[in-house]
Write a protein that binds this ligand. Sequence first.
Ligand SMILES: C[S@@+](CC[C@H](N)C(=O)[O-])C[C@H]1O[C@@H](n2cnc3c(N)ncnc32)[C@H](O)[C@@H]1O
Length: 210
Amino acid sequence: MEHVIEPTWEMLHTNNIPYKGKWREMVFGNNNPITLELGCGKGEYSVGLARKYPNQNFIGVDIKGDRIYIGAKQATEEGLKNIVFLRTRIDFIDHFFEKDEINEIWLTFSDPQPKKSRKRLTSELFINRYRKFLKPDGIIHLKTDSDILFESTEEQIKLHGYKSLFHTWDLYGDINQLPEEDQETLQIKTYYEQLFTGKGAQIKYTKFTI
Ligand SMILES: C[S@@+](CC[C@H](N)C(=O)[O-])C[C@H]1O[C@@H](n2cnc3c(N)ncnc32)[C@H](O)[C@@H]1O
């Protein structure tokens, strides 16, 4: 499908990903910065960002093909040229990008993994994977309904000396503290955000560098 990249088993297991280090030239055909959304689901955030920032590139990553199909279809219908979806496990994400190839990462309503802290997308294990390709000043954004995930991310930030740029337990209560452009970006609502806020959840947000 247009807008979807799905590596073969062989590519992954021989660590031979043709776009590694070449996403700008091979996939996007420009030299613009690239943002990743990990666990993008139906892709609302990636599509929303791609619409808002035509001079940046976006890659939504998820393992579930039926979910990214929805984002990819939307991107095709809108004629967006600056977005693709990558179908893979995030556990292999460092196989896909070269050092400094990625400018920012969004984690949107990631699974909180209450019993398996290593599997959280902000665990040391995952952060060390991101470190291999995220620019040194590259921002990681986390938007979540989960107290467990938010609290453990805050702990990781302190424990490893990452640089916290902003954090709030009540995003929509504190949103006016952020620049107008960030406010607009943070208003994009994913399927899971709508689901959780419908049940009365308070949305938490943090951004940091590693
Ligand atoms: C709770 S959903 C959130 C989806 C979307 N960001 C949203 O807010 O609607 C978590 C998503 O992460 C994906 N996911 C979880 N762990 C993953 C992994 N290890 N590799 C790839 N995708 C993963 C799931 O398939 C699911 O679509």
